[in-house]
Design a protein around this ligand. Structure first.
Ligand code: FES
Ligand code: FE2
Length: 454
């Protein structure tokens, strides 16, 4: 249990707050480069600030304040110029540093523009994502995680805005036993209500042991489940949670938009054999899955939807002063301690020590421990009576019932594709659109459960 004050200290991300200062020491994904191809100016809310991300006609990316410094019109409607973004109201022109280059209504010899500055932040593209850095200079290196740089791979992003604080999403990643209930017993209940047959339900291995270790990039979580022992990879190797706000593989960035909204960036990477067509990074497919159904209720018949339900229904900001933490919450307790320690460092004027990179030689390709390494992600589906699958909006007409519909849609997948379900749906769509020969359903394994709920 935390006091109300401690809860706010851990969760609030605005400028000048302790957690806001810590979060500003890290890079956060805010868009894909393909979104900017489709829409060169995007509205962004990040760490409590309203901004616009744009790409000018020379290809330069910029992230500047949304309200024009002149009379506060939204630069979301700005005009990308050869160099910079021009306000549509009176034509003031800003470049990526925030410098004002032109104020057309002023006298030609006016120096007024030299005293105008928009807030501006660094952006950098990697792996088809655009990352922002809002902290002090010099900025740390943008980490080159293996899954951001490895090829050949099919990549896809699923964006969803959640009306809750980012910490609720992250604490879920330090809470292994929820998978047994939320993605097991509760999932089966949801499938039954959709008419699933008994043989379509998940089998649910019980966690007999969970453990957590701090490592240089965050926390490794370990588990012994079902008939496993401590010799199994689930315990021996474990699963990485990257500090401060990423669950790795499948990669989920919990980007704080403000104190009560989170941009959930699901960055799916599926390694493919050479010769399989994959989208160029500039064309990275992106989807916006729906959060609620037509009745305004959470869609709970797929793994991510179950997690979203859990995080959002804890409230916009979970009342941690009313919670009762148990022994099985020890991962959450450890993670909060780490957050506090790193916040305190930053408050003392020091840099974070976890998952923080300054040495380019350390940042060529950052390899991560992972229990499924060497095994296609999704082999965990052997624990399931049936694989599960989902779709992003726009992939197909049938969203509801999501898991059932996409199980059917996923049936003819290549045998090497034993992947996280969202990617399965997107990849199948992609391959179909590129006339890639898909095998008959009998040759396939079907969609895997993936590690989405890990
Ligand atoms: S409000 Fe932007 S130029 Fe006037
Ligand atoms: Fe989960």
């Amino acid at each position: 249990m935390l006091t109300e004050r401690e809860n706010l200290r851990l969760t609030q991300v605005g400028r000048g707050t302790p957690m806001g200062n810590l979060m500003r020491r890290y890079w956060h994904p805010i868009a894909t480069v393909s979104q900017l191809r489709d829409e060169p100016v995007l509205k962004v809310r990040l760490l409590g600030e309203d901004l616009v991300l744009y790409q000018d006609r020379s290809g330069q990316l910029g992230l500047i304040q949304q309200a024009c410094p002149h009379r506060r019109i939204s630069l979301e409607y700005g005009i990308p110029e050869e160099h910079g973004l021009r306000c549509p109201y009176h034509g003031w022109l800003f470049e990526e540093t925030g410098r004002c280059l032109e104020t057309p209504a002023e006298a030609p010899d006016s120096t007024f523009k030299d005293r105008i500055r928009a807030d501006a932040y660094r952006v950098e593209a990697l792996g088809g994502l655009v990352f922002a850095y809002m902290g002090p200079e010099p900025a740390p290196l943008l980490p080159r995680w293996e899954w951001l740089v490895d090829e050949p791979a099919y990549r896809q992003v699923n964006f969803i805005e959640l009306p809750c604080n980012w910490l609720q999403c992250m604490e879920n990643s330090l809470d292994p036993t929820h998978t047994e209930w939320l993605h097991g017993h509760f999932a089966n209940y949801a499938y039954e209500r959709k008419g699933a047959a008994r043989e379509q339900l998940r089998t649910i291995p019980h966690h007999s042991r969970i453990g957590f270790d701090v490592f240089e990039y965050g926390i490794i979580k370990r588990r012994v489940q079902g008939d496993e022992t401590e010799e199994d990879a689930d315990w021996r190797i474990g699963h990485p949670v990257l500090f401060p706000n990423i669950l790795s593989t499948p990669n989920q960035f919990r980007v704080p938009m403000d104190d009560t909204h989170t941009l959930h960036v699901d960055y799916v990477v599926t390694k493919v054999p050479p010769g399989v067509p994959v989208p160029a990074l500039k064309d990275l497919p992106y989807y916006y899955p729906p959060l609620l159904d037509e009745r305004g209720k959470h869609i709970t018949d797929y793994t991510f939807g179950q997690d979203y339900m859990a995080w959002v229904t804890q409230g916009p900001l979970a009342e941690r002063h009313k919670e009762k933490l148990a022994e099985s919450d020890k991962g959450i307790i450890l993670y909060r301690r780490l957050l506090r320690e790193q916040m305190d460092r930053v408050a003392q004027g020091l840099e974070p020590t976890i998952n923080f990179f300054r040495d380019p030689e350390q940042n060529v390709r950052i390899e991560l421990p992972h229990e499924s390494k060497g095994v296609a992600i999704g082999l965990k589906s052997t624990r399931l009576t049936q694989g599960t699958a989902t779709s992003g909006a726009g992939i197909g007409p049938a969203w509801q019932p999501a898991e059932m519909a996409m199980r059917r849609a996923l049936a003819p997948l290549p045998p090497w594709l034993n992947t996280e379900p969202w990617a399965g749906a997107g990849l199948r769509h992609w391959l179909g659109a590129h006339d890639y020969p898909l095998p008959e359903p009998s040759e396939t394994r079907g969609g895997g459960h993936g590690a989405a709920g890990r």
